[in-house]
Structures are given as structure tokens and as C-alpha cells.
Design a protein around this ligand. Structure first.
Ligand code: BDR
Ligand code: CA
Length: 322
């Protein structure tokens, strides 16, 4: 059983990540923390609470950071709409937020559990994770690992070079990649393989019920913005890929790399620069000797789409059967 904290900005694909985490028996969802990203933190928090209310997901939800650490805020309204989750109709939230700030929830939860038992899963800008690591550095040693949606070794989506979650708070991403913990980068190279194909949508439709309809409504809305702005053939189910890998690590392959984040750059702010171990280690970054040669990050490479779809449908069936 993987104990996780899902740090998110729902967000259409964030909502599916919540459902997958809540619907799989191998995931122990310790809590949800919210961050500003796809929309402001008021809306992403309301959306998280509404999803949990609608589908009986009883976990703590803690509101996190309202703005990036240093960079200006960049919302993704053009992708996720005016509410941050346009399209599906959700009920108002009927339970209360955790009293703690999201950053404190992360620290308290990690410190309250045995070392190396809690995995952090950031799927919005990494503001909360970076602030938690700065406020309580002991969590860096204590967490099991970080499995993060964001970045890319090929292309961006908000700029040619940068993926949105990294661009949304590059300084936070820089902190997270340099902290020294085990980070898996689940970037666009991987998540653009995690498409809601017509076949997957048919399988979800066949399950029936309100959660099935919710997921279909998500994909109906996001197809318009992904197709229009990003020219992706079918909706990309980005954030759920991180949860899927914690349920079944064979859902994607990884390669070792040393990843650095561009926090500035005329054209490249928010870019994740990947030095793959297989490149031979000759093309190192500057810095200390240990920094130059430590390939301590993993990069998600090749998705097993059939396995991924099975996990989504399985979680949906379990949640629907409750
Ligand atoms: C990421 O940006 C957000 O819009 C999605 O929820 C995902 O986390 C993809 O670039
Ligand atoms: Ca997200």
C-alpha cells in the first residue's frame, strides 16, 4: 500500500488523479493539498472539496499556497475554464477544510509517519512542496519519494520550452529538483501518451453512473481546449499518470537523469534540462563534483497505455460499486 499526499490544482486531469487515488486499494490517500495553478487557490480548493463531496471521498483537504514563491502567477484558465473545472456540474462542498495550511499539512503528515513511508505527488506547480522542504528540511530525508507531474525533455506546452507546472513556479521546481530526494519527473513526453482515446471513453461510458459521466464531461470539455490550443488528438490525462505508477510501477519505464530547471532565460524559463545517464555522463552541468555526476532523478519515458486504461476503469468500477 502506497501512502501518498496528492498536491494538486483541480483542474480536469487533477480530478481524475483524485478519483484514481481514492478508487484503488493499493493507494492510501493521506490527504489532498491544493495550490494555485490551473486557477486561483480558492477555486482549486473548492473544486477539490466538491469532487470529494460528490463521490464520497473522505480525506483531509488542506488549502495551500495562493501564489508562486517568486515568479508572477500564471493561471491556466484558457485550458481549464473560468472555474478551473469548467464543463462538469459539481455539488457545493459539504465538508470543511483541514484547519492547517497545505504546507503544514504536508510537514505534519510526513513527520507523523515512519521514515520512507510517505510519497509526495505534486501535480500542480510545486509551490507547497518547495515551501514544505524549506520550512522543515527533515522531510527531504523522511519522504519515500516524490512522483511529480511536470516538465519534459522534448517540448513544452505553455511555451515551446516549458511545461505548465514548472513554468507556473520555476523557483519551486528548482528547489524540488535540487533538494536531494528521489524525484520521478512525469513530464509531457509521458503524459501525451496517456490520452483518453475513444476506446477508453467507451469503456468509461460502459460503466455508467455519475462518476462515469463526470469523467466523460471532463474529457468533453478538455478535448476542446487541448485540441484547439495544444493540438493534442485526444484529451491528455496528465496527472493520473503519477498515481498510476504508484499503483503499478510497470505502467511506465524510466531512465536515470540529472534534471535542472531554468529559472530564467530569454526563451527557456521553466524548461527542465535533462542530462540522461545514458548520454555517458560527459555532458555534465557545472557545480560541485557530486552535483555534476549524480543522476538522482528518474524520467518517465514509455507508457503502457493498455495498463493505464485498465487502472482508470478499475478505479471507476470500484468507486461506482460503493
Ligand atoms: C499540467 O498542467 C495542468 O494544466 C494539468 O492539470 C497538468 O498538471 C500539464 O501541463
Ligand atoms: Ca494539475
Amino acid at each position: 500500500m502506497e501512502k501518498i499526499i496528492l498536491d494538486c490544482d483541480p483542474g480536469h486531469d487533477d480530478a481524475i488523479a483524485i478519483l484514481l487515488a481514492a478508487g484503488n486499494p493499493n493507494i492510501d490517500l493521506l490527504g489532498i493539498t491544493t495550490v494555485s495553478g490551473n486557477h486561483n487557490v480558492e477555486n482549486t480548493t473548492r473544486n477539490a472539496l466538491s469532487v470529494c463531496t460528490a463521490y464520497g471521498i473522505k480525506v483531509p483537504v488542506a488549502k495551500g499556497s495562493p501564489v508562486p514563491i517568486i515568479s508572477d502567477q500564471v493561471l491556466a484558465i484558457e485550458i481549464h475554464g473560468d472555474t478551473g473545472l469548467d464543463g462538469p456540474v459539481l455539488p457545493p462542498a459539504s465538508f470543511e477544510l483541514d484547519k492547517r495550511h497545505g504546507v503544514d499539512f504536508i510537514i505534519d503528515t510526513v513527520m507523523a509517519h515512519e521514515p520512507k513511508t510517505v510519497t509526495l505527488v505534486p501535480v500542480g506547480p510545486y509551490t507547497n512542496i518547495a515551501l514544505a522542504a524549506r520550512k522543515e528540511p527533515r522531510i527531504v530525508e523522511r519522504v519515500k519519494k516524490v512522483v511529480a507531474m511536470g516538465g519534459s525533455y522534448t517540448r513544452g506546452n505553455i511555451t515551446p520550452a516549458a511545461e505548465y507546472n514548472i513554468y507556473g513556479d520555476p523557483e519551486a521546481a528548482d528547489v524540488v529538483f535540487r533538494a536531494g530526494w528521489d524525484v520521478t519527473m512525469v513530464g509531457l513526453d509521458l503524459t501525451h501518451q496517456a490520452l483518453a482515446t475513444p476506446e477508453l471513453q467507451d469503456r468509461v461510458r460502459a460503466v455508467g453512473g455519475p462518476i462515469s459521466q463526470f469523467i466523460l464531461d471532463i474529457w468533453k470539455f478538455i478535448a476542446t481546449t487541448h485540441g484547439g490550443l495544444l493540438q493534442i488528438e485526444h484529451p491528455a490525462v496528465h496527472d493520473a499518470c503519477c498515481v498510476a505508477a504508484l499503483i503499478d510501477p510497470s505502467v511506465f519505464t524510466t531512465e536515470k537523469a540529472d534534471i535542472r530547471v531554468e529559472t530564467a532565460g530569454r526563451w527557456t524559463k521553466g524548461m527542465t534540462v535533462c542530462n540522461f545517464e545514458k548520454m555517458g555522463g560527459m555532458r555534465h552541468f557545472g557545480g560541485t563534483a557530486s552535483e555534476q555526476m549524480s543522476f538522482r532523478h528518474s524520467v518517465a519515458m514509455q507508457l503502457d497505455h493498455a495498463k493505464f486504461c485498465d487502472l482508470i476503469v478499475d478505479a471507476l468500477e470500484r468507486l461506482t460499486g460503493r
